[in-house]
Write a protein that binds this ligand. Structure first.
Ligand code: FES
Length: 56
């Protein structure tokens, strides 16, 4: 499912980035560019990040 429509980033890409070591929004942005344009997805991206970090 697309989370960041501006950059075409899916929830699976965000989860993979966390599994590859991203632990902050900045690191996720560097990996996927999610949230780099309109910013509307940031809240959703952050909640996926937090969920994934809890599962590590
Ligand atoms: Fe992610 Fe616009 S939807 S920056």
């Amino acid at each position: 499912m697309y989370v960041c429509l501006c950059n075409g980033v899916t929830d699976n890409q965000i989860k993979s980035a966390v599994q590859d070591g991203a632990t902050t929004m900045r690191e996720l942005y560097q990996e996927t560019e999610a949230g780099s344009q309109c910013g509307k997805c940031c809240k959703h991206v952050k909640s996926i990040l937090n969920e994934e970090l809890l599962q590590l």
